[in-house]
Design a protein around this ligand. Structure first.
Ligand code: 5GP
Length: 118
């Protein structure tokens, strides 16, 4: 069994979160520390710790992440101007919560994709 994170509690609505969408496969809610005017996390309901743990079984849920991202981008009015979808993996990817999640970021020009720090 994969280790639960705070995101499991959000899925079960045991702690508060601004949930924008939920179905049998995925849940979407606003990031508590937004990096852009729109910053939404879209996550599979089943715990998949990282992209490294993805299996073929997860394909329906992972496909749904994109369907919901497109819907929420339209709902937020950022679909025409554009947005960025990010999935971080492990330390070098900057992953902090080990429950796979897609970031939907938009509402301003996001700038270059990567900032060099070395
Ligand atoms: P990561 O760095 O793992 O890709 O992103 C984790 C994201 O989860 C961060 O952007 C962080 O702000 C967000 N986050 C962490 N804890 C919570 C929480 O309890 N509620 C919400 N809504 N977002 C959280």
């Amino acid at each position: 069994m994969a280790q639960e994170t705070i995101f499991s509690k959000i899925i079960r609505r045991e702690i508060p979160a601004d949930i924008l969408y939920q179905d049998d496969l995925v849940t979407a809610f606003r990031d508590v520390n937004p990096q852009a005017p729109t910053h939404i996390l879209i996550i599979p309901n089943r715990i998949i710790p990282t992209v490294n743990d993805v299996t073929e079984e997860d394909e329906p849920a992972l496909g749904r992440l994109f369907t919901v991202a497109a819907k929420l981008a339209a709902d937020e009015g950022i679909d025409e101007n554009g947005y960025r979808l990010i999935v971080n993996c492990n330390r070098d990817g900057g992953q902090e919560v080990y429950h796979l999640h897609m970031h939907l970021l938009g509402g301003r020009r996001l700038g270059p994709m990567l900032v060099r720090r070395d």
